[in-house]
Design a protein around this ligand. Structure first.
Ligand code: FCB
Length: 519
């Protein structure tokens, strides 16, 4: 029976002229018909402040690293764009919540723009208009039955912190981040019950301090071409500060807020599955090393208080050490759950004891494990227009099982998974709207997720990246991940085919067995 709220939604969506009926195109075909998703499973979409909000100088927001980087180096972004307007969610969140309601999701992952809340970090005072904005957004989500899951930091931070002490290269950043976390728990924690500290420290550091293609664009030859930096030392210093900043935020939550607010807190890492390119022992070891230099780099310290052995062995003195106090604190502030972002898989070839071509992964800082798309003529999965995205759902299942074995008993959220469609000069709007490739991708990955859950992996939620097309960092607006298309001249949102598909998937897989229909 349809609830009153559902009827209101249908009415609203009719007036927005969204399709009311879901298509069954490529509906997921898992071999077991009973849904492994428990009734409290979170189905949502994910977003981040810089990629969505726009309003880059509105209501007292300060400049952040991405504002400055994109303004000063337009040529580094594929379409020379920036996030000044992005999807303008700052002004359009009520409309976007209607889209979420239509989609049938019960949760939304968003991030806080640090420089909107603290324009100059700890020293410049709180911007209460920023606090008011997030309060309105959080309240509106909850009023519409959508749980807000909040990431404290998703790649953007006040430029002031870069200028003053080189941001993540300084331990000062731990204090700054702790302060941001405290302010957010204090103002939003009565309603936000799921906190993520930092989004993808691993990916952010590789791009910012090894390759130097994200701000603050620091690296050294041959890793990249930057005016300053050191790709063999700085990445590990920055990661160390991020890990300790995460621990600080967790500690603040545990000691000051968690008991009263009754929420949970964790971190988000980027994961890729790495398949040995051959059965040789050295390639198998290289694949292990590749995972250690990528996701375990962050997860081992936040779960066990120490870096993976492979990193200690290869990096030696370049890898900072945790003092015994820090180690104790890390173990005490163990995450309540792991946030897992996952998009792709690679073959891995050993470069430690075998001759190897240069290429991604082959260097010391990346663990001497070369990433390959193919083994001979066979690709790891369907290759796409984007060099890093290969469609290989089996890798997702393997990754989840690997995480279950390495970090037993810690629940996981799939905080991001999705398909990016590159908009080439010849791509038509129809091609963007008929996004069958995205449906095929999501269908495969959601089947793999169900298989992993049947294997015993404890997953609590799945967040599609992304609700809307948005500013995709170095790809600007040319790489579209949205379920809803955004026309960047009018900012109009229009559902792609994948909206019907995901809506239908959720309807079919939400386990209603123990839900009570009160109407
Ligand atoms: C992830 C980022 C997210 C988005 C997706 C495509 O690494 O966390 O902001 O860019 O990739």
């Amino acid at each position: 029976m349809k609830s009153f709220a559902n009827l209101v939604t249908i009415f609203l969506l009719q007036s927005l002229s969204l399709p009311l009926y879901s298509s069954c195109l490529h509906q997921s075909s898992s071999d077991d018909s009973s849904s492994p998703f428990p009734s409290d499973f979170l189905f949502g979409t994910a977003s981040s402040a810089y990629q969505y909000e726009g309003a880059y100088l509105t209501d007292g927001k300060g400049l952040n690293n991405w504002d400055v980087f994109s303004h000063e180096n337009p040529g580094k972004i594929l379409d020379e764009s920036n996030g000044d307007i992005a999807a303008d969610q700052y002004h359009r969140f009520m409309e976007d919540i209607q889209l979420m309601t239509y989609l049938g999701v019960n949760s939304y992952r968003l991030s806080i723009s640090w420089s909107r809340v603290l324009p100059k970090g700890r020293t410049g005072g709180i911007n209460y208009l920023g606090i008011k904005h997030y309060n309105s957004l959080i309240d509106a989500l909850i009023r519409n039955g959508i749980k807000p899951l909040v990431t404290l930091n998703h790649f953007d931070y006040p430029q002031e912190l870069e200028n003053r002490f080189k941001s993540w290269l300084s331990p000062e950043m731990q204090m700054e981040f702790g302060y941001l976390a405290d302010i957010c728990f204090k103002h939003f924690g009565d309603r936000v019950k799921h906190w993520f500290t930092i989004n993808e420290p691993n990916q952010q550091i590789i791009l910012s301090y090894i390759k130097g293609i994200f701000p603050p664009a620091r690296c050294s030859m041959p890793y990249g071409n930057c005016s300053q930096g050191n790709s063999e030392t700085e990445p590990f210093i920055a990661a160390h500060n991020m890990i300790l900043a995460h621990a600080k935020a967790v500690q603040i939550y545990r000691t000051k807020y968690q008991k009263a607010q009754r929420g949970i807190i964790g971190i988000v890492v980027q994961t890729s599955w790495f398949e040995p390119v051959s059965d040789s022992i050295v390639d198998k070891k290289a694949a292990e090393r590749a995972i250690s230099f990528y996701s375990n780099w962050i997860l081992d310290p936040v779960v066990y208080g120490k870096y993976p052995e492979e990193m200690v062995d290869i990096l030696g003195a370049a890898l900072p050490q945790f003092s015994s106090n820090e180690m104790k604190n890390l173990k005490k502030s163990k995450s309540d759950f792991l946030g897992i972002n996952h998009y792709t898989s690679y073959f891995i070839q050993d470069c430690l004891s075998s001759p190897c071509n240069s290429g991604e992964g082959a260097s010391r800082s990346e663990g001497f494990a070369l990433k390959l798309d193919r083994k001979g003529n066979v690709s790891i999965g369907e290759l796409t227009d984007v060099s890093w995205q290969h469609i290989h759902p089996q890798g997702f299942r393997k990754m989840l099982n690997y995480l279950k074995d390495r970090y037993p008993n810690i629940p996981m959220f799939i905080t991001e998974n999705g398909y990016g469609q590159l908009q080439k000069p010849e791509t038509t709007v129809e091609e963007l709207m008929n996004d069958t490739k995205r449906i095929q991708y999501m269908s495969g990955y959601l089947d793999a997720l169900q298989a992993a859950m049947r294997d015993g992996v404890n997953v609590k939620g799945y967040f599609a990246w992304s609700l809307l097309d948005n500013f995709e960092w170095l790809y600007g607006y040319k790489l579209r991940f949205g379920l809803f298309h955004v026309d960047y001249t009018t900012l109009k949102r229009t559902p792609k085919q994948s909206v019907s598909w995901y809506k239908n998937f959720i309807e079919q897989h939400v386990n209603t067995a123990d839900l009570i229909d009160i109407y």
